[in-house]
Design a protein around this ligand. Structure first.
Ligand code: NAD
Ligand code: DAU
Length: 353
């Protein structure tokens, strides 16, 4: 099914999108990769410096909610495959401003689906709309069990509700209009170029600057962490080999209680910063819990492994050290993305509560 030669990637200037674009542009020199991104606070073209001049890469600044613009892009580039990542992605922001999540994640996805359906309506053969979703649509687990592809949806935050709604629209377009679709639901990603509002880059930046490490509640919530390049590899594999109409869970069977993960980060960062081992433990500060904080996520990705042969390539110890080293070596990138509006966000979230 490797006949999609003009691929539209949405949200390619964000964290996961930039890793995916890098992979696709380098791996498929004869495929045109068109990146559309609104460049919100989370989108940054500096994430793509190394590929911006590649002959098979184009960037268009556009909002996925703009239907006419989406129609124009499908026609201009004769798009025959979509990998849709553009979204509002931070749970805390969805708690303070749910409307923008409904707009981008639900209306934006619907707008793209409609544009794809209209552009492909005379020949759906060989086309694919791939929607990148999250494990959070399945809700929250107790201490046992895993999310399977068949687990009923039970989203609990405005973010996960908006992602669940977008997944439903994707399936509805498959059922109603026979649009060829695939959905994947992945666990927490970590790695370079993640905006420092998310746990791992936020805490690395704060350790570096000797600032408090705001642990929500008791730090007992559990997340299942996957290195971002392994997610990008999984998306590439599913996009080219996955079964139309199917869902694939992606995760590394790598669960960590937040406080244990934070202690590992402190240990590695202190070593890399030439500090006494454990010196930064004093920065740990327990703060008010996130409203409606999901206790545990754990993904069962057996289907992806058994049907398509995917496994994570990196052990967590290696991945977290590589990640911490990257942020410490790329302080300019961090300084750049934390200037401007980030300061206001940080004060609202962590200082003036
Ligand atoms: P991100 O916030 O880093 O990037 C999102 C990108 O989308 C940004 O470049 C932003 O500018 C762009 N964008 C936002 N609104 C837009 C709009 N209206 N039009 C066009 N572009 C717009 O997000 P991420 O962490 O890279 O996540 C990418 C996707 O993967 C999201 O759909 C998210 O739900 C999903 N996901 C993320 C994770 C994770 O751990 N980060 C895990 C599973 C799934
Ligand atoms: O599971 C996939 C999801 O993972 C993605 O769909 C989301 O886009 C992505 O943001 C992520 O959501 P989380 O809410 O799990 O990630 P976050 O990094 O915000 O938080 C991870 C855990 O750390 C969570 O239990 C909350 C906690 N936390 C987070 C922050 C920012 C803290 O204790 N303190 C903090 O300051």
């Amino acid at each position: 099914m490797n006949n999609k030669t003009k691929i539209l990637v949405t949200g390619g200037a964000g964290f996961i999108g930039s890793h995916l674009i890098r992979l696709l542009v380098n791996k498929y020199p004869d495929t045109l990769i068109v990146n559309i991104d609104k460049l919100t606070y989370a989108g940054n073209l500096a994430n793509l410096k190394d590929v911006e001049n590649m002959p098979n890469y184009r960037f268009v600044k556009a909002d996925i909610c703009d239907y006419e613009k989406m129609q124009q892009i499908f026609a201009e580039y004769q798009i025959n495959g979509v990998i849709h990542l553009a979204a509002e992605s931070h749970v805390d922001r969805s708690i303070t401003d749910p409307f923008v999540f409904a707009k981008t994640n639900v209306i934006g996805t619907l707008t793209l689906l409609q544009a794809a359906k209209e552009y492909w309506k005379n020949d759906m053969n060989g086309k694919l709309f791939y929607h990148v979703s999250t494990d959070e649509v399945y809700g929250s687990l107790d201490h046992g069990g895993f999310f399977l592809e068949t687990t009923p949806y039970d989203p609990k935050s405005p973010y996960s509700a908006s992602k669940a709604a977008s997944d439903h629209f994707v399936r509805a377009f498959h059922n109603t209009y026979k649009l060829p679709v695939i959905i994947s639901n992945c666990s927490n990603n970590y790695g370079p170029y993640q905006f420092p509002e998310k746990l791992i880059p936020l805490f690395i930046n704060n350790i570096r600057h000797n600032k408090p490490l705001p642990v929500y509640g008791k730090g007992e919530n559990v997340r299942d962490w996957l290195y971002v390049e392994d997610h990008a590899r999984a998306i590439d594999l599913i996009f080219h080999k996955g079964k139309i109409g199917d869902t694939y869970n992606i995760g590394g069977f790598n669960e960590w209680k937040n406080i244990d993960l934070i202690r590992v980060m402190i240990k590695v960062a202190d070593r890399l910063l030439d500090r006494t081992e454990g010196a930064s433990e004093q920065l740990i500060t327990y703060v008010a819990d996130r409203a409606g904080h999901d206790l545990r996520y754990a993904i069962d990705s057996t289907k992806l492994h058994e049907e398509l042969g995917w496994s994570p390539s990196l052990q967590f110890e290696e991945g977290i050290e590589k990640t911490i080293r990257w942020y410490l070596d790329n302080q300019d990138w961090l300084d750049n993305v934390t200037s401007g509006d980030y300061q206001k966000y940080y004060e609202r979230m962590y200082i003036n509560q």
